[in-house]
Design a protein around this ligand. Structure first.
Ligand code: C5P
Length: 214
């Protein structure tokens, strides 16, 4: 059905020195289930670009990266051929301005690490998106979730946004179950709390229906 599908997954890992890094709690389960579901339905060849994770789908092309910049470069060389791009990766918003080639010493009681913003890959993809490409993003919000989601959808030129409301009852990260909303320019659909595998199936239903319209 699709010429090529790109799915990004996992966290990115931004090194500080040879033994330390900045990262986040993304397990890579959402991206993994999206790839497995697309494979099961034989929707098209999949390029799975992932930060460090245990969840690597079998029988798909896997490109393992560490940093946001590496992820951006890997996507860049596949983007033109793809007609579905799902950014399920939890890209680190910041990286250390400097990489310290020697392990940092604990000399002082305080230390300051200067961070620099990573590129917003999804925003860049949205700017380059062509008519025959479907772009899907993820968002984790804690307040004004629908207003923020709609703004993100427009700002990043997305066709679909999978919205996580992060709360104590729904941590979303690094767990098997999740409650999400599927946000499209024409409306919001609430999904009940369910397994990430089941959510992946409903996300693909939505993408396939979007593809049928264009
Ligand atoms: O703006 P926010 O970080 O909430 O957006 C989350 C979405 O943007 C996710 O789909 C994530 O993969 C993507 N993202 C990105 N590059 C970044 C930060 C987030 O592509 N630097």
């Amino acid at each position: 059905m699709f010429k090529k599908i790109i799915i990004t997954s996992g966290p990115t890992l931004e090194p500080i020195d040879p033994v330390r890094f900045i990262s986040n709690r993304s397990s890579g389960k959402s991206g993994y289930h999206l790839a497995m579901e697309a494979r099961k339905r034989a929707l098209g060849p999949i390029t799975f670009i992932t930060g460090p994770t245990y969840y690597l789908p079998a029988q798909v092309e896997v490109i393992q990266v560490e940093t946001a910049l590496e992820m951006r470069a890997a996507i860049g060389s596949h983007f033109r051929q793809a007609n579905v791009i799902i950014m399920a990766a939890a890209v680190s918003d910041y990286r250390s301005l400097k990489y310290y080639p020697d392990k940092l010493k604990k000399n002082n009681d305080r230390m300051t690490l200067e961070l620099v913003k990573n590129p917003d890959i999804l925003l860049e993809l949205g700017r380059h998106k062509r008519k025959n490409q479907i772009l899907v993003g993820f968002a984790a919000e804690t307040e004004d979730i629908f207003a923020n989601a709609q703004n993100k959808l427009i700002a990043k030129n997305l066709d679909l946004l999978v919205l996580n409301e992060i709360s104590e009852a729904n941590p979303a990260f690094a767990c098997d179950q999740n409650q999400v909303y599927l946000v499209r320019p024409d409306g919001v659909r609430k999904l009940e709390k369910m397994n990430k595998a089941h959510i992946a199936a409903l996300i693909w239903d939505e993408i396939v229906s979007l593809a049928g319209r264009s």
